[in-house]
Design a protein around this ligand. Structure first.
Ligand code: ACO
Ligand code: ZN
Length: 236
């Protein structure tokens, strides 16, 4: 996982150098306590995954009998410790894989968490949606050129969530109602329309009584996979 790259001082430790675990694909510096600990956790979560149990406030949006699964909505609730913890732990785990920064409590309070659960307990997909006012069109760095307008990628980026991590935005804000700040599908479950199903549920249920169009969904800081998915999702 590229995002773990960090600068280390060579103070003569043994086993210095980057190692990529063949099982979980994480690259880290062996022999440094912080990295070894991070890897141990990442490795376990990657291979075992995180489990979903039932929570008091959960709302089942769809059942998926083929995989003994369902899509569940959990809303951040400060008074419900376990629900809150589940959302926080899942985000933390997804952040690890995405190399994303931590989220503020403030932002979490206005977010809705969607879980794709398979085999009754396995969380294989997760989407975190937040209400937004405006978004900016993401312009692919390769086609930044003004004459190249037609090749610009029309993924939407959340305007107020830009931490400057290298996404190119046009200046004109577009209308969007819902921002996806985290989207993740377990590695061995990708390309099976799990993210699609999650986002279909976000569109139908994010705003009560109003189904959003794919184009009204914006993606925050999309990764390579995220861009590929978003392009396909918002344009068809
Ligand atoms: N490359 C090219 N096209 C893709 C990709 C990809 N990696 N992923 C999805 N698509 C397109 C395809 O057209 C696909 O249809 P097809 O499989 O019939 O060709 C279509 O999108 C639908 O894809 P899904 O199967 O619904 O997507 P999936 O369940 O695999 O999840 C996701 C996509 C969430 C991006 C997954 O690859 C993932 O978790 N990646 C790692 C984490 C990540 O990068 N998350 C996005 C960060 S951005 C954010 O959080 C806002
Ligand atoms: Zn590993």
């Amino acid at each position: 996982v590229k995002s773990y790259e960090q600068t280390y001082l060579d103070l003569g430790q043994k086993n210095f150098g980057t190692y990529t675990c063949p099982e979980c694909q994480m690259s880290y510096v062996q022999g440094t306590l912080a990295d070894d600990t991070l890897h141990t956790n990442f490795h376990r979560l990657t291979l075992e995954g995180i489990k979903y149990h039932s929570y008091q406030d959960e709302i089942t949006l769809e059942t998926i009998p083929e995989v003994n699964g369902r899509i569940v909505l959990l809303v951040y609730n400060e008074t419900r410790f376990f629900e809150k913890l589940k959302i926080k732990n899942t985000i933390e785990w997804v952040n690890l894989e995405l190399g994303a920064v931590e989220m503020t409590e403030e932002k979490l309070k206005t977010s809705k968490a969607y879980f794709y659960v398979a085999n009754k307990y396995d969380i294989v997909g997760f989407a975190l949606a937040v209400r937004i006012e405006k978004a900016y069109k993401v312009i692919d760095s390769l086609s930044e050129n003004a004459q190249d307008e037609s090749r610009k990628v029309s993924k939407l980026q959340i305007g107020n969530d830009n931490d400057g991590s290298g996404i190119f935005c046009s200046t004109k804000p577009l209308r969007a109602a819902c921002g996806i700040s985290r989207l993740w599908v377990k590695r061995d479950h990708r390309r099976k329309k799990i993210a699609t199903k999650l986002l279909d549920n976000v569109r139908k249920n994010f705003i009560y009584g109003c189904e959003l169009k794919p184009i009204e969904v914006a993606f925050s800081q999309p990764s390579g996979d995220g861009k590929a998915f978003a392009t396909q999702y918002t344009e068809t």
